[in-house]
Ligand binder design. Structure first.
Ligand code: A2P
Length: 316
């Protein structure tokens, strides 16, 4: 199993199970089956609305002796309504309670977006706090404190562009150790990857399969279907694997972690098997041609009349 190294020598399993959009009633089984199949990394967040059930799946696997806690890598994330320094540790502790854990391996700031306490998704500009009143550097101090207190072994960010990472690095004691962003052949984000790797920031690719199960309101008109792409399908046919497996293998070959979501036992296993696929340089070069900076997750959810978020500039 590929791993990504952290500065203190810890190794994060590069393939993880994504749990965004994993339906209640299915995600416990998904987590349990994933661990049984060999996954050692589960990616979670309280906003996914399923951490208690994810925790049940982890607990069952540990109780049955399939795995011990220390063999697992569990990531969770700080929601946007808890960016004030004093809210970070209570939010982390709520995730620990829900997941039935005593520490996280990795805790991430979920978005560089600040919402008022209690807001899950904003419906108007009134639901936001200004980024001046709660700068990301303040939130980061809360993250550092959480790490110092042993609640999270590593801390990082998600959905951050280079400028926002620099903003933290210029001010912090502990650099972010990982950035989790949307990443797949239509959006390889090579510049961001290069910046992160130069600064010893690991990268996790989310929506690696194109997130076809996002709620309809998040979908763009005529959205492309990544798994239907001809190049991906022809490489899949050559290797006698599925398009999903080629997408996962591509992410692993780039040196990133990758967190495909599935709540289907067969597909969970199939995705795990992708860790063992060897793509050729020619395959990689061909897939690299597919980049057209297409985002499935645009950031438009944060753009509202009267606030300062502009989706198009969000990622610059
Ligand atoms: P399911 O959970 O029913 O398996 P992403 O990780 O990019 O968000 O994509 C998740 C979507 O991809 C879900 O709809 C998931 O469905 C589907 N999916 C996951 N693994 C596979 C696979 N091996 N083949 C086809 N679809 C898959």
């Amino acid at each position: 199993m590929n791993t990504l190294a952290f500065k203190n020598g810890d190794q994060m399993p590069a393939l993880g199970l994504g749990t965004w959009k994993s339906e209640p009633g299915k995600v416990k089984m998904a987590v349990y089956e994933a661990i049984k199949a060999g996954y050692r990394h589960i990616d979670c967040a309280p906003i996914y609305g399923n951490e208690p059930e994810v925790g049940e799946g982890i607990k069952q696997a540990i109780e049955e002796g399939i795995i011990s806690r220390k063999e697992l890598w569990i990531t969770s994330k700080l929601w946007n309504d808890s960016h004030k320094q004093e809210d970070v540790i209570p939010s982390l502790k709520k995730s620990l309670l829900d997941l039935q854990l005593t520490y996280l391996d990795l805790y991430l700031i979920h978005w560089p977006v600040v919402l008022k306490k209690g807001t899950k998704y904003p419906s108007s500009a009134d639901d936001f706090l200004s980024t001046n009143s709660v700068p990301l550097t303040e939130t980061w101090q809360g993250m550092e404190k959480a790490q110092r207190e042993g609640l999270a072994n590593h801390i990082g960010v998600s959905n951050f562009n280079i400028d926002k990472i620099k903003n933290i690095i210029n001010d912090c004691k502990i650099n972010p150790e990982l950035n989790q962003v949307e990443m797949h052949p239509f959006l390889p984000q090579q510049e961001l990857c290069d910046y992160c790797m130069t600064h010893r920031i690991n990268v996790t690719a989310y929506s690696p399969l194109g997130s076809g199960d996002r709620p309809d309101k998040m979908k763009q008109d005529n959205e492309p279907i990544l798994m239907d792409n001809e190049v991906i399908n022809s490489i899949a046919a050559n290797h006698k694997h599925t398009p999903a497996q080629i997408l996962i293998a591509w992410a692993l070959h780039r040196g990133t972690a990758v967190i495909p979501k599935s709540t289907n036992k067969e597909r969970i296993r199939q995705n795990y098997e992708a860790s063992f696929i060897k793509l050729t340089q020619a395959d990689m070069n061909e897939i690299d041609q597919l980049d057209y900076e297409y985002r499935f997750v645009t950031g438009e959810a944060w753009e509202m009349e009267g606030n300062s978020y502009v989706a198009k500039k969000f990622w610059d």
